[in-house]
Design a protein around this ligand. Structure first.
Ligand SMILES: NC(=O)c1ccc[n+]([C@@H]2O[C@H](COP(=O)([O-])OP(=O)(O)OC[C@H]3O[C@@H](n4cnc5c(N)ncnc54)[C@H](O)[C@@H]3O)[C@@H](O)[C@H]2O)c1
Length: 314
């Protein structure tokens, strides 16, 4: 059955606002449930479209959720407390939204309803220097954020009609801007302070532009039958970079900045891994936005608006 009607929870967020815009413009009927904790206007440009419906509500409101799950061909549960600091601050809510809510959705949908779920790849290779990770590598999350996401991934995969993405660190401009993500954070620092302070410079990570996340969701909607029941890493294969390599890539574009390496400071985020994205590439998915293009875009964005008011708080 062709996918037409889609429910997206958390659709007003960093990833959601780009993805929802693309889906609505492609003619899908999209319903979003979001409590608008961060950016109030990230979907306002869509309110005039007949194939878009917005519900300002908490996903933990079971009556609303049950009602909106009915008749949807596909559910994309993006709502979450995102990132380790936020989950540490609100542990109960993190479990309620990131795990219990997913469990509830799965208990209410029919076998025929499809699910696409975004996990983080942040648990790969933690504590293992320069490890090489593919989808068979186990996730070993340390933070509550990572743990709730991995628990949710496991139950999602029990629903046969599902696809899981394990996302690299996302970068790029979105209608709901996040300045805490590493590339976005460093480009903003470069613009505001003309310098980058890098600690643990040899920690390696994988990156991907937010537009390519949306492209991958669109690709998986079209190729759902071929892809279902599987996990796919999602990142730029030519952007498995150490932090110092990332800083140097930024300096190539914002030339007047200084890079200072802080030898005596530890990064609480122990990610250090090389991620293979071959599985999704093998079935034909190609990313479109390079890291350099993303840095150039972010440079222009932060010169106009430094997002000082942008607090990733709940
Ligand atoms: N951005 C990344 O690098 C990344 C990487 C891996 C996985 N993910 C996953 O992708 C999803 C979206 O992440 P994002 O970066 O867009 O984060 P985000 O914080 O920008 O978006 C989350 C959205 O969920 C909404 N929300 C939160 N709690 C809610 C609730 N109780 N009821 C209704 N709405 C609620 C927020 O208002 C927000 O619009 C999350 O599930 C996250 O774990 C993101």
């Amino acid at each position: 059955m062709k996918i037409k009607k889609i429910l997206i929870t958390g659709g007003a967020g960093y990833i959601g606002s780009i993805l929802v815009s693309d889906l609505v413009q492609k003619g899908y009927f999209v319903t979003v449930i979001d409590n608008l904790k961060f950016e109030k206007n990230s979907l306002s440009h869509l309110l005039g479209f007949k194939n878009f419906k917005f519900i300002k509500a908490d996903v933990r409101n079971k009556n609303i959720l049950i009602n909106e799950l009915k008749g949807k061909d596909l559910i994309i549960p993006l709502a979450g407390l995102v990132g380790a600091p936020l989950c540490k601050k609100f542990p109960r809510m993190a479990t309620e939204i990131n795990y219990n809510n997913i469990k509830f959705i799965l208990s209410k949908i029919k076998k025929s309803q499809k699910v696409i779920y975004p996990n983080t790849n942040s648990g790969y290779g933690v504590g293992k220097k320069n490890s090489y990770c593919d989808e068979k590598s186990t996730l070993n999350p340390i933070s509550l954020y990572g743990k709730t996401k991995v628990q949710a991934e496991k139950i999602i995969l029990n629903h046969k009609n599902s696809i899981v993405f394990r996302l690299a660190t996302v970068f790029g401009y979105s209608y709901r801007m996040r300045t805490d993500l590493l590339v976005n954070f460093l480009v903003r620092e470069a613009v505001l302070k003309n310098k980058l302070e890098i600690f643990e410079p040899h920690f390696r990570r994988n990156y991907i532009h937010v537009k390519d996340i949306s492209n991958a969701f669109l690709f998986s909607i079209i190729n759902f039958q071929k892809m279902k029941g599987n996990i796919y890493n999602l990142g730029l294969s030519n952007a498995n970079l150490t932090k110092i390599e990332l800083a140097k890539s930024i300096k190539k574009i914002i030339k007047n900045i200084k890079i200072n390496i802080k030898r005596n400071k530890a990064d609480p985020d122990k990610r250090d891994y090389f991620v293979s994205n071959k599985k999704i590439e093998k079935i034909g998915f190609r990313t479109k936005v390079s890291l350099n293009e993303g840095i150039k875009e972010l440079y222009k964005v932060f010169k106009i608006n430094n997002f000082n008011q942008n607090k990733n708080n709940y």
